[in-house]
Design a protein around this ligand. Structure first.
Ligand code: ZN
Length: 380
């Protein structure tokens, strides 16, 4: 049985664990992968959700109602801009009622604020004063905003081609912006080189604490619907939101609050769809995965750092991956806007899969996460 005491025990001094060699690391760790074997770090303990510990006091906004689920020291003061607590809005799609979770209504205009709020709370509590990130835009903007809020100096490596409004947003928060020529993976390589030289890496991809922040979207969906949906559809690049949702729903199941995990459907752009390819064709699918040009720049990720875990999460849920043509992404952006949802192209990949998915699942409750604001796209 889960007790309040075990639920708070997640605030261990060494909350991160290498998925390869098992070595533990502290909350302020900033080396990217494991310093010994290079493996990916994950949370050392599963997330624990205790409904009795949800903080319903007035003045506790957004995701901080779920603070008991975060591996943070109890004395850490939240670094917050009011993130989380996004609306869940029903709309009719192909004759069915579908719920849209408006993640783009976060302080910096994307879901990334969930992970960053928890991450920067941890970094400030750990005494970190400077950190860096690489991003195609949304993560960089959230990183820069929460760094500003925390009083931590930030540097963000971005692909030179990343759309203008996102870069402007990162710079506005006072972060140093380093534009790197070439595809998204080149910005990641430049960041890793700086980390090798000793800089602190606050990466939303390598640092696993963001998963605990992203998991709060699952708790909110469950609270807002009053139950778990059958299907959850969202864009997937590195898949950190998908993985966070999986962890969150698993915590709800472990607490006896839901019976089954929702089927998770990760949507990629066909031009760069490694998760879809591997899920469909096995390891041979990797050879097909290319970092092709796509208007969905936020999910143009050819080497998802947590790819194995993301694939396992989708398969465990009974879900799947989909890959969408470029023309369908723009069509989807327009269709969502006609429903009143102004989202960026990356978020619009979900549209093309909805009608076929609804036809295959009569009567199923479907939740779609709309991850980033249309205000972030460069004007055409
Ligand atoms: Zn290791």
């Amino acid at each position: 049985m889960t007790t309040a005491a075990s639920a708070t025990s997640v605030a261990s001094p060494l909350p991160f664990k290498c998925t390869n060699c098992g070595r533990l690391q502290p909350l302020s760790y900033g080396g990217g992968g494991c310093p010994v074997c290079g493996g990916v770090l994950d949370l050392a303990a599963p997330l624990v959700f205790d409904p009795a510990q949800v903080d319903r006091r007035a003045g506790i906004a957004g995701l901080w109602r779920y603070r008991h689920t975060f591996p943070l020291p109890s004395e850490a003061e939240p670094v917050t801009l009011g993130e989380g607590g996004t609306p869940l809005v029903a709309a009719e799609v192909a004759g069915r009622r579908v719920h849209f979770k408006l993640e783009y209504l976060q302080p910096t205009g994307s879901f990334k604020d969930r992970g960053m709020a928890v991450s920067f709370t941890a970094l400030r509590a750990g005494g970190v004063t400077e950190t860096l990130e690489d991003s195609s835009g949304n993560a960089g903007a959230a990183f820069a905003a929460y760094a500003a809020r925390a009083g931590i100096k930030a540097r963000v490596y971005v692909p030179a081609a990343a759309s203008g409004p996102k870069r402007a947003q990162i710079a506005a928060f006072g972060a140093e912006v380093v534009a790197v020529d070439g595809p998204r993976s080149k910005a990641a390589d430049a960041a890793l080189a700086a980390v090798k030289a000793g800089a602190h890496y606050g990466s939303h991809i390598y640092n696993p604490i963001g998963l605990a922040g992203n998991a709060t979207a699952a708790y909110e969906i469950w609270e807002q619907l009053g139950h778990a949906p059958e299907l959850v559809v969202l864009p997937a690049g590195h898949g950190t939101l998908l993985l966070g949702l999986s962890r969150g729903f698993k915590a709800l199941r472990a607490a006896g609050l839901i019976e089954r995990l929702p089927r998770l459907v990760g949507v990629q752009a066909l031009a760069c769809a490694p998760l879809w390819a591997v899920n469909r064709y096995g390891r041979e699918g990797l050879a097909m995965a290319k970092e092709g040009a796509t208007v969905a720049e936020g999910i143009r990720v050819v080497r998802p750092v947590r790819g194995d875990a993301v694939l396992a999460a989708v398969q465990e849920s009974g879900g799947t991956f989909a890959a969408v043509e470029e023309a369908d992404i723009v069509t989807g952006q327009n269709a969502l806007a006609r429903l009143g949802f102004y989202v960026e192209t990356t978020s619009a990949v979900v549209w093309a899969v909805l009608a076929p998915l609804l036809a295959e699942t009569p009567g199923a409750d479907v939740v779609v996460l709309l991850t980033g604001s249309g205000l972030k796209n460069q004007a055409a």
